[in-house]
Design a protein around this ligand. Structure first.
Ligand SMILES: CC(C)(COP(=O)(O)OP(=O)(O)OC[C@H]1O[C@@H](n2cnc3c(N)ncnc32)[C@H](O)[C@@H]1OP(=O)(O)O)[C@@H](O)C(=O)NCCC(=O)NCCS
Length: 443
C-alpha cells in the first residue's frame, strides 16, 4: 500500500472525511478548522491546556530527546560543550548558530564586555526596593526598566539593533544580578572588572570587598562556567514560551526578557533547586532516607529534583553537575547534603516506584548543593539561572522575529461560562450572604 504523509479524519457527527497533511511529524491545528457541523460553526479546535503536545514554533537552536537523555545546542552534545567550551563561546554558538573562530570569539567577548556597565540611575532604583526584597523580584523590575534606557530597542526588525540589544542584555545581566545581591546584604555595588572572564567578573561583583583587585578562584570560576553552559537554553520551556508570547506583540526585548525572568521566578521552574535544598535539610541524615522514600511513594510530598516533563531518563545536565559538585567541594569543603542526595538517588534508582515511572534526577537535584557550597543564599538560585538563560532567550527571540510564520500569540478558549443574561439593577439583586465566598469561591 502506498503511504502518504497525511492523516485521514472522519467526523462521526457528519460522516465527512478530511485528509490533513503531516509535516515534521505534526498536523497544523489550524487545518482542523475546516471540520464543521454547519457553515456557521467556527470549526474544530485542539484543546491543550498546558501545551503539552502542541509545537508552537520550528526551531534550530536546541534539541532534546527526553527518552534517551540527549541535549544538544545547535547539534553539539551538552557533554562536549560542558567539558571543552566556556559560557561566552557557547552563548555565541546559541545566538549565532556556529562556533566562533578565534577572531570572532575575541570580538564577541569585547562586544559583550563593553556592555557590562549599567546606567547610574539603575543603582537608584535598586536602592528603592525594600531592604528584604527578593533578588529575583529586583531582577524582574530592573531588566524591564532597561527598555526605558534603550528606546532604540523598539526597532526589532533591524538586524543591527537586535545584535546590540543581545550584547547589552548578555553583558548587563550579571551586573544587575550582582547589584541585587549586594543590595540584599547592604553592601556597596561593585563595578564590572572587564579584565576578568564573564564568570570571574560576576564573582568579583558579588564578593569583592576592600581589596584593589578581586582574584576569582579558578575552580569556582570554571564550575560557574559549566553551570552557565548547562543552563543556557532548553528549547520551549515555561520562560522561553513566556518570552516568545510577550515578544510576539513586537514589544522591545527588555520587556520580553522581563516576562521570561518573571516566569523563571516561579517555584515550578527556577525555584525547584531551592525546594531540593529544603527537602534535603528536612531529611537531615542518610539514615532517614528510606523513611523519606516511603513517604514520597505514599504520595506524601514529592522527591524534589526527580522527574521531568520531557526527560524520561537521566537528565544529562544532572550527570555533569554531580561531577562538578566534587570539584567545587575541593575548594569549599563538602556540603554534607550531598551524602543525603546520593543516598536518595541510590535507593530511588533501585526502587520500582521510581523506575516504572521513569523518574530520574533532573538538573535541579545537584545544582542547589553546589550553589549552597559556594555560599549563595537560596534566593539567588533563580537569579543564577536567569543570567545564562539570557543567551537562549535572545536566540529564541531573534528566531521568532525572523520567522514569517509567527504572529501575535493569541490562543483560543472553550467558553464554559454563563449564557446571555440581562443586567439586573443593583437594588433588585438578591442579597448574598456576608461570606465573601458566597458569590465566587474561586477568588
Ligand atoms: C517535574 C515534574 C513536575 C514533571 O511532572 P509531570 O511530567 O507532569 O509528571 P506527573 O506529575 O504526571 O507524574 C507522573 C507520575 O510520577 C509521580 N511523580 C512524578 N514526579 C515525582 C517525584 N518527584 N516524586 C515522587 N513521585 C513523582 C507522580 O505522582 C505520578 O505518579 P502516578 O502516575 O502514580 O500518579 C514532576 O516530576 C515533579 O513534580 N518533580 C519534582 C519537582 C522538580 O524537581 N521540578 C523540577 C523540574 S526541572
Amino acid at each position: 500500500m502506498a503511504t502518504r504523509e497525511t492523516l485521514t479524519v472522519t467526523d462521526n457527527r457528519t460522516g465527512k472525511q478530511y485528509e490533513l497533511p503531516i509535516e515534521n511529524g505534526a498536523i497544523r491545528t489550524a487545518d482542523l478548522r475546516q471540520i464543521k457541523v454547519s457553515p456557521d460553526d467556527s470549526g474544530l479546535m485542539g484543546y491543550d491546556p498546558a501545551l503539552t503536545n502542541s509545537a508552537t514554533c520550528k526551531s534550530k537552536i536546541t534539541f532534546i530527546d527526553g527518552d534517551k537523555g540527549i541535549l544538544r545546542y545547535r547539534g553539539y552534545p551538552i557533554e562536549e560543550l560542558a567539558a571543552k567550551s566556556n559560557y561566552l563561546e557557547t552563548a555565541y554558538l546559541i545566538v549565532k548558530g556556529e562556533l566562533p573562530d578565534e577572531r570572532h570569539l575575541e570580538m564577541w567577548k569585547y562586544n559583550i564586555t563593553i556592555h557590562s556597565m549599567v546606567h547610574e540611575n539603575i543603582k537608584k532604583f535598586m536602592d528603592g526596593f525594600r531592604y528584604d526584597a527578593h533578588p529575583m523580584g529586583m531582577l524582574v523590575g530592573t531588566v524591564g526598566a532597561l527598555s526605558t534606557f534603550y528606546p532604540d530597542a523598539a526597532n526589532i526588525n533591524d538586524l543591527e539593533s537586535r545584535r546590540l540589544q543581545t550584547r547589552r542584555l548578555i553583558g548587563k545581566l550579571p551586573t544587575l544580578a550582582a547589584f541585587a545581591y549586594r543590595r540584599t546584604l547592604g553592601l556597596p555595588y561593585v563595578y564590572p572588572d572587564n579584565d576578568l572572564s564573564y564568570t570571574g567578573n560576576f564573582l568579583s561583583m558579588l564578593l569583592k570587598m576592600t581589596e584593589l583587585k578581586y582574584q576569582p578562584n579558578p575552580a569556582l570560576e570554571r564550575a560557574l562556567e559549566v553551570l552557565f553552559i548547562l543552563h543556557a537554553d532548553h528549547e520551549q520551556n515555561c520562560s522561553t514560551n513566556a518570552l516568545r508570547a510577550v515578544a510576539s506583540s513586537q514589544v522591545d526585548p527588555y520587556s520580553a526578557v522581563a516576562g521570561a525572568v518573571a516566569a523563571l521566578y516561579g517555584p515550578l521552574h527556577g525555584g525547584a533547586n531551592e525546594a531540593v535544598i529544603r527537602m534535603l535539610t528536612e531529611i537531615g541524615s542518610k539514615e532517614r532516607v528510606p523513611e523519606a522514600i516511603k513517604k514520597f511513594k505514599a504520595g506524601e510530598g514529592r522527591l524534589m529534583g526527580f522527574g521531568h516533563r520531557v526527560y524520561k531518563n537521566y537528565d544529562p545536565r544532572a550527570k555533569i553537575i554531580k561531577q562538578t559538585a566534587y570539584e567545587v567541594f575541593e575548594v569549599t569543603g563538602k556540603n554534607p547534603l550531598i551524602d543525603i542526595a546520593l543516598e536518595l538517588e541510590r535507593i530511588a534508582l533501585e526502587d520500582d516506584y521510581f523506575v516504572s515511572r521513569k523518574l530520574y534526577p533532573n538538573v535541579d537535584f545537584y545544582s542547589g548543593i553546589i550553589y549552597q557550597a559556594m555560599g549563595f543564599p537560596v534566593t539567588m538560585f533563580p537569579v543564577l539561572f536567569a543570567i545564562p538563560r539570557t543567551s537562549g532567550w535572545m536566540a529564541q527571540w531573534a528566531e521568532m522575529v525572523r520567522d514569517p510564520e509567527q504572529k501575535i500569540v493569541r490562543p483560543r478558549q472553550i467558553f464554559i461560562g454563563e449564557a446571555p443574561r440581562a443586567y439586573i439593577p443593583i437594588a433588585q439583586r438578591p442579597a448574598p450572604s456576608m461570606r465573601e465566598d458566597a458569590v465566587s469561591p474561586e477568588i
